[in-house]
Design a protein around this ligand. Structure first.
Ligand SMILES: Nc1ncnc2c1ncn2[C@@H]1O[C@H](COP(=O)(O)OP(=O)(O)OP(=O)(O)O)[C@@H](O)[C@H]1O
Length: 180
């Protein structure tokens, strides 16, 4: 299928409000001006403390290469000053964490959990099949769009099992979010 090319450069986008703030980045709702389409832009700062350029590049690369309905794919990415902008579909429903905090403080019903997890697991299965391990699956990284579609996001600490060239099959580093 032909995929349209999103424009490269901040002048093609209007930044709206911040919709998320993580350890490594802020995420804004934005308008892609030539397409008149609302998107989300993740802004990663190269100059922040403990910034790891390799992991930033890996995250953007992974997000552009993935192609599965349950995995959040980036439309494009580019450098703007000391930031990397990653343009992606806007997930209007926010993360499961947002929804839990706002409307379901006692947790979702079992049937809702099963439905969400089934979709998230399809995304994970796709990633594993392509040699990626996500390593930070949690409510804040399971996102929902305006039509209820579920996508796994945030590849900040993901890894590729084929990275080392010798098809290394195990990872020993502890990453991700404690308690998840
Ligand atoms: N495409 C999107 N559409 C709407 N909201 C989003 C989108 N991507 C991320 N967000 C929001 O921004 C938050 C932070 O995004 P993300 O998890 O990618 O950043 P991070 O800095 O890597 O976070 P973490 O602290 O989990 O490492 C998410 O929890 C979610 O609420």
């Amino acid at each position: 299928m032909h995929k349209r090319k999103y424009p490269i450069g901040p002048e093609h986008y209007t930044l709206y409000e911040e919709v998320g703030q993580g350890v490594s980045a802020s995420v804004h709702r934005a308008l892609c001006i030539p397409f008149n389409e609302v998107v989300a832009i993740k802004i990663l700062d190269f100059e922040r403390d403990n910034c790891d350029l390799n992991s930033i590049c890996r995250e953007a690369q992974t997000m552009i290469l993935v192609d599965h309905p349950n995995v959040l794919r980036a439309h494009c990415s580019f450098v703007n000053d000391h930031n990397l902008w990653v343009v992606m579909p806007y997930m209007a429903g926010g993360s499961c964490l947002h929804i839990l905090k706002a409307a379901y403080p006692d947790g979702f019903e079992e049937v809702v959990i099963a439905t969400i997890l089934k979709e998230a697991l399809k995304g994970l299965e796709y990633l594993h099949h392509h040699g990626h391990i996500h390593r930070d699956v949690k409510a804040g990284n399971i996102l929902i769009d305006s039509r209820g579609a579920i996508k796994l996001g945030d590849f900040g600490v993901s890894a590729c099992l084929f990275d080392s060239g010798d098809r290394q099959r195990t990872r020993n580093t502890f990453v991700g979010t404690p308690c998840w």
